[in-house]
Write a protein that binds this ligand. Structure first.
Ligand code: SF4
Length: 143
């Protein structure tokens, strides 16, 4: 997903930084066994004023994705910022997102390993699957 698709002017659009493939291969794996929050994939929330929320827990808009008054849903939900948030969750770097760090995450539905794998393939970061698989204690083979 190229920078061209990045929604312009979204509040809080300073991007965090996902590990590079080289860092994935050489750095120590994050110890967290917390699963990626499925809200980032499955339950977008639109606030009364048109702000698209990353999840139902962020009614104060701390994560700040952007407004549907200024951008299309696809530009925001499939844009660079949401992609980065999802990849950070897959990496287990919840501390990089203060709202998520202090939140237990949604646990009454989830992202299945196969869904995570499919997503990583879609965004061209299949290299991150190794981190996710190790964090979740999954066998080295399989979805
Ligand atoms: S971890 Fe909490 S704040 Fe972060 S996306 Fe999930 S529900 Fe929202």
């Amino acid at each position: 997903m190229g920078r061209q698709g990045k929604p312009k002017g979204a509040k809080g659009s300073t991007l965090l930084r996902v590990l590079t493939p080289r860092e994935v291969a050489t750095s120590e794996l994050p110890p967290s066994d917390r699963m990626p929050c499925p809200g980032l994939w499955k339950t977008p929330v639109i606030r009364w004023d048109g702000e698209l929320m990353a999840c139902c827990a962020d009614v104060d808009n701390e994560i700040s994705i952007g407004s549907l008054r200024d951008h299309t849903f696809d530009a925001l939900w499939f844009g660079e910022r949401m992609t980065e948030l999802r990849l950070l969750h897959i990496e287990g770097r919840f501390d990089a997102i203060p709202k998520c760090w202090s939140c237990g995450g949604i646990n009454f539905y989830k992202m299945e390993p196969g869904e995570v794998r499919e997503y990583l393939d879609e965004v061209g970061r299949a290299d991150l699957y190794a981190i996710y698989r190790r964090r979740m204690g999954l066998p080295s083979e399989g979805p």
